[in-house]
Design a protein around this ligand. Structure first.
Ligand code: FNR
Length: 342
C-alpha cells in the first residue's frame, strides 16, 4: 500500500471511528469557590511550555502531510486556523517528504500560511539526526515532536516490529537540534516509567498522547483482515497519563493530549499539571464537517470558555491553575491509587 493512500485512510478512519470519551477527565471535578476573588478581564491565557512561549494553551496536534492535494489543503487550512487563533501547530510525520521531495509542499504550506507562528516538526523515533535537521529546516520549526507509537506499529500489517535503540536515537537528535524536542505518544499514553527514562536521558518535553480519544488500534484494525482487537482497549487514559508523567519529574514540561474535546477538558488538563493541551481528532472533524471559519470560531470560543472557567475557580494565570483543588474519583482514582501516585 502506498504511503499516500495510508495517510488518507488514517484521516477517513479517524473521522469514522471518531473521538471516544474515555480520557478520565470526567472523573476530575473542580471544587466550587463562591468567593473566588477573580475578574474575567484579568485572566491571561499565555503559557510557557519550557522554552516555548505560547499566547494560548491550545495546540493543534500532528495530523497529516504528504499524500497529495487533499492533505495539502487540510494542512493549509489548519495553518490558517493556527495563525488566526494564535495556536501552536504541529505537522504530521515528515518522513514522507524526506523520502520524496514532491511531498514537501504539504508541509511547507504550514509555514507559508503562518510565518510568525510556533510550528512543530514531527518524525518517528526511527529518524536519524540528519533527518531531524532536514525536517526542522523544511518548515523552520520552533520545536520537534518525536512520536512513539509501538502499539500502532504492531497493529499495522506493514508496521515496525523492532523497537530497539529508540531512546538512543532521540538523545542523539536532542544533542544536535538546538530546539525543544518533545517526545509524544499517539493515543496510548506515556507512563511514569517511560517519562522517567526520558528525564534520565535529558528529555524535557513530553506530549502524553493518552488513551480515550482517537484510537489508532481501531483505525489500523480497519485496514487489516485479522483484527488485533485487544489493542483497542489498550492505553493509559489521558488524565492518568498527565499525572503519571508529572510524578516522574516536576521539571518535565507536559503537553496534554489524547481525546481533548472541550474547554473544560483543557482546563482540567492544565490543573492536573500540563502546560498546554493539544487537540487532533476533534479539530480535524470540525474542519472537515464545518470548514475553516467554523474551526477558527470553535478555537476562539474554547479560549473564551477557558478564561470563564479560570474565573470560576479563582485564578488569573495558567500557572495558578496548577494549585487549585481537585477531586479525583472513579477509574482515574483507582488507577492512580494502584500506581502509588498521589
Ligand atoms: C494523527 N496523529 C499523528 N501523530 C504524530 O505524531 N504523527 C503523525 O503523523 C500523526 N498522524 C495523525 C493522523 C491523523 C488523521 C490523526 C487523527 C492523528 C496522532 C495525533 O497527533 C494525536 O496524538 C492522537 O490523534 C490523539 O489525539 P486526539 O486525536 O484524540 O486529539
Amino acid at each position: 500500500m502506498s504511503r499516500s493512500k495510508r495517510k488518507w485512510d488514517h484521516i477517513q478512519y479517524a473521522l469514522e471511528t471518531g473521538q471516544k470519551r474515555l480520557t478520565g477527565f470526567d472523573d476530575i471535578k473542580f471544587v466550587n469557590q463562591s468567593l473566588p476573588g477573580s475578574n474575567l478581564d484579568s485572566v491571561k491565557l499565555e503559557t510557557k511550555i519550557g522554552e516555548l512561549s505560547l499566547s494560548s494553551p491550545i495546540l493543534i496536534n500532528a495530523m497529516t502531510g504528504g499524500g497529495g492535494e487533499r492533505t495539502y489543503r487540510i494542512n493549509r487550512e489548519l495553518a490558517i486556523a493556527a495563525r488566526e487563533t494564535g495556536s501552536a501547530i504541529a505537522v504530521g510525520s515528515q518522513m514522507a517528504a524526506l523520502k520524496d521531495p514532491a511531498e514537501r509542499r504539504s508541509y511547507e504550506v504550514v509555514r507559508e500560511m503562518n510565518p510568525e507562528g510556533i510550528i512543530l516538526a514531527n518524525l518517528g523515533s526511527e529518524a536519524t539526526t540528519g533527518q531531524a535537521k532536514a525536517a526542522i529546516d523544511m518548515i523552520q520549526a520552533d520545536g520537534l515532536q518525536i512520536h512513539l507509537n509501538v502499539v500502532q506499529e504492531l497493529t499495522m500489517p506493514e508496521g515496525d516490529r523492532s523497537f530497539a535503540g529508540a531512546l538512543k536515537r532521540i538523545i542523539e537528535i536532542q544533542q544536535i537540534v538546538g530546539i525543544p524536542v518533545i517526545v509524544k505518544e499517539v493515543g496510548f499514553g506515556i507512563s511514569a516509567e517511560t517519562a522517567d527514562a526520558l528525564v534520565s536521558a535529558g528529555i524535557r518535553y513530553v506530549d502524553v498522547g493518552g488513551f480515550g480519544g482517537t484510537n489508532f488500534a481501531e483505525i489500523e484494525n480497519k485496514r487489516r483482515d485479522r483484527l488485533l482487537t485487544f489493542f483497542e482497549d489498550w492505553g493509559i487514559p489521558t488524565a492518568a497519563s498527565i499525572i503519571e508523567t508529572k510524578s516522574a519529574s516536576q521539571e518535565l514540561s507536559v503537553i496534554a493530549s489524547g481525546g481533548m474535546q472541550s474547554s473544560l477538558d483543557i482546563v482540567k488538563a492544565l490543573a492536573t499539571g500540563a502546560d498546554g493541551a493539544a487537540m487532533a481528532g476533534y479539530l480535524l472533524k470540525t474542519l472537515m464537517e464545518n470548514g475553516t471559519e467554523e474551526l477558527i470560531q470553535e478555537i476562539q470560543m474554547m479560549k473564551n470558555e477557558i478564561a470563564v472557567i479560570m474565573t470560576a475557580v479563582g485564578v488569573h494565570t495558567i500557572e495558578e491553575l496548577k494549585s487549585v483543588p481537585l477531586v479525583i474519583s472513579g477509574d482515574t482514582h483507582h488507577w492512580l491509587d494502584q500506581r502509588g501516585i498521589d
